[in-house]
Design a protein around this ligand. Structure first.
Ligand SMILES: C[C@H](O)[C@H](O)[C@@H](O)C(=O)CO
Ligand SMILES: [Mn+2]
Length: 425
């Protein structure tokens, strides 16, 4: 499609939306300012760059063996730069601790320091992105019996408490250096494959561990804490210590962000429906946008009912400035760059669709009990030319249009990904 066609299609779309009182130019300004945090772990299937080799654990499963996975920090950075070049809008990098630069040193998780992440901070500055950070309480010998911060073994518990404390300190420094708050997210895999009779014991230990971790208060201009729940994981099917009830209560009581990963709930539960509830009680929300498919919580995001409802409810609730959008999916069965680009663009498209909604108009019908009119309008919106608005936005931001993405991803695969060897550790 040439630029002329894209602009002409946008002008028609602009008039179509104007009929509903929607100003598409304003919508695109808002859309462009939504920062999406790009999870680094899609590039290497949640591997790590630690010297000590530890097999993946903690109930995280990645399936597939597509060639071209990032084996080094340099490869991961090259991939992320490629991905960023194919995305419109603002971004952050979401980094897990296991991706520090340890330069051949065996640095255990309770020994990490800012210096191990300085390279990433410098990279972020160069690429004009902020950083979010995550404690990595998995894929480690001390996570093998299924419990970390809620372990009954005091040595194991102290080890992980020290790890998360250090992660918060590093997050604070990241935020200071980058001039934008770093969200530190705590997710732990703790749970039980089979019926656990001392749920109370583990949850009490987790609460105490978190209280100790959060003793140090940091300036929220530099770092903010989020806590993430999960319904079940592989190997923790019967009980997860950090359940939704546990963390929602903890976040409300302790003024933390609640992280809503939409792969971490019952399949018929809708994270979109939770937004207007949780913002009554917590100041800010962190989203982990993903697509749950049966047991897997981490398929690539697409524009589906779930991602749309999440975006719609954030926008309808006027909660955009209290919501941090992050991604959390990993697929090793397809081109990983393609996975990133599809999922990130789909997440932003969901927000575009939501921003284009004439909510006040629909609400006016709803308030009068005109439910047919409400339903029909919602249906009508599905066939309005929002694709033309998206294409114009990509053109405006000087990034690839959808019809150019496949060729660009495949070019990178030929030139870069297929040249990579398998690094044996
Ligand atoms: C890497 C993990 O997927 C991530 O930290 C966590 O957010 C999660 O969702 C675990 O299932
Ligand atoms: Mn998550």
């Amino acid at each position: 499609m040439d630029n002329h066609t894209t602009i002409a299609a946008y002008n028609l779309a602009k008039s179509a939306y104007a009929n509903y009182g929607v100003d598409t130019d304003k919508v695109l300004e808002t859309l462009d300012n939504i920062s999406i945090s790009l999870h680094c772990w899609q590039a290497d299937d949640v591997g790590d760059f630690e010297t000590k080799s530890s097999s993946m654990g903690g109930g995280i499963q990645v399936t597939g063996n597509y060639p071209g996975k990032a084996n080094t920090i340099e490869e991961m950075r090259a991939d992320l730069e490629k991905v960023l070049s194919l995305l419109p809008g603002k971004h952050k990098l979401n980094l897990h601790t296991i991706y520090g630069e340890f330069n051949g040193e065996a640095v255990d998780r309770d020994q990490i320091e800012v210096k191990h992440f300085q390279g990433w901070i410098d990279w972020a500055k160069k690429n004009n992105v902020g950083i979010d950070f995550n404690a990595s309480c998995f894929s480690h010998p001390y996570a093998e019996d299924g419990f970390t911060l809620s372990s009954k073994n005091p040595e194991i518990r102290s080890f992980w408490i020290e790890h998360v404390k250090r992660c918060r300190e590093i997050s604070n420094e990241i935020g200071k250096q980058l001039g934008t708050p770093c969200i530190h997210n705590t997710w732990i895999p703790d749970g039980s494959k089979d019926t656990c009779v001392d749920r109370l014991g583990h949850r009490t230990l987790l609460k105490e561990a978190l209280d100790e971790i959060f003793e140090v208060e940091y300036d929220t201009n530099y770092m903010k804490d989020a806590v993430e729940s999960k319904l079940f994981g592989i190997g923790s099917e019967s009980m997860v210590v950090g359940s939704y009830d546990f963390y929602l209560g903890y976040a409300i009581k302790n003024n933390k962000l609640i992280c809503l990963d939409n792969g971490h709930f019952h399949p018929t539960e809708q994270v979109g429906d939770k937004i207007s509830s949780v913002i009554q009680y917590v100041d800010e929300v962190l989203l982990h946008m993903t697509r749950g498919v049966r047991w897997d919580s981490d398929h690539v995001v697409t524009v589906n009912d779930e991602s749309l409802l999440i975006a719609q409810e954030v926008i309808r609730s006027g909660a955009l400035d209290r919501t941090h959008v992050g991604l959390d999916f990993f697929d090793a069965s397809i081109n990983r760059i393609g996975a990133y680009v599809t999922g990130c663009r789909a997440s932003r498209k969901a927000f575009l669709f939501a921003l284009l909604e004439p909510t006040e108009l629909i609400k006016a019908h709803e308030d009068k009990g005109e439910n047919f009119e409400r339903m029909f309008l919602l249906e009508q919106l599905k066939t309005l030319p929002w694709g033309a608005v998206w294409d114009f936005y990509c053109l405006q931001q000087q990034t690839a249009l959808d019809n150019e993405v496949i060729a660009l991803v495949n070019d990178y695969e030929q030139a870069e990904l297929l040249e990579r060897g398998e690094v044996l550790v």
